[in-house]
Design a protein around this ligand. Sequence first.
Ligand code: NAP
Length: 249
Amino acid sequence: MAELKGKVALVTGAGRGIGFAIADTMAREGADVVIFDLCPEEAGLAAAEQIAQAHGVKAAFYRCDVSSFDTVQETVKAVIKEFGGVDILVNNAGITRDKVLLAMSEQDWDMVLDINLKSMFNTIKACYRNFMKKKSGKIINISSVSGLMGNAAQANYTSAKAGVIGLTKTVARELASRGVNCNAIAPGTIRTPMTENMDQGALQALLSTVPMGKIGEPSDIAECAVFLASDKAKYITGEVIRVDGGIAM
Ligand code: NAP
């Protein structure tokens, strides 16, 4: 019941998919939300409007490329000015560019590392002083079971997602004494545009390895993120929670 009332949640890649579900569910729990995404202005504004209308909270869209260090520093400054601070940072934006390593270009590698991993350095650094001043805060980083298990044709993605786990544990250690929790969620296969764009044969083969025998929903990740952002998770930090139907147990 209104677990996050009075909080400001910044969610990256929240124009659609898992990020949108996280922003929407945090708004359901009373948080004001800020969407960072690269989607067209119109779509981002519509997503923010939908959330504000549904839950009676303040919601804003900032078009922001999270892989650009300078853009993130400037945009977070603007958010802090508009909202008075950030209480919850959810690093969710991500992409895939799958190829076997032999066929993977340097650009495929750099782009995936920049958007999936460097982006989190950018946003956490931009919010660091804000969290230290508040002496509280929740950072939730979206990793993947691929980062735990490895996955053929995903050297770039699995390296980034494993890096997210190292970053999460380091930030958790750095900020624990400042009242800031930093945790990661490792989703399995979740129904979003990212999986809709996959080869459907490969998707079915993947799903046949899930002990629970079905694909996950964005709401499965969103409810876990709300838990980690709430007071119920106040003694949890540096943790990686798999939400994967058992695939990586
Ligand atoms: P998605 O539907 O493709 O959504 C990703 C969002 O991130 C899009 O709105 C995209 O914007 C945005 N984005 C991409 N690059 C960006 C950038 N440079 N700056 C700002 N925003 C950017 O993906 P999803 O399935 O919801 O995945 C969300 C997260 O969960 C990702 O980190 C992904 O790796 C992780 N994950 C997903 C699954 C799964 O099965 N779906 C499994 C494990 C982990 P555009 O509209 O501009 O593309």
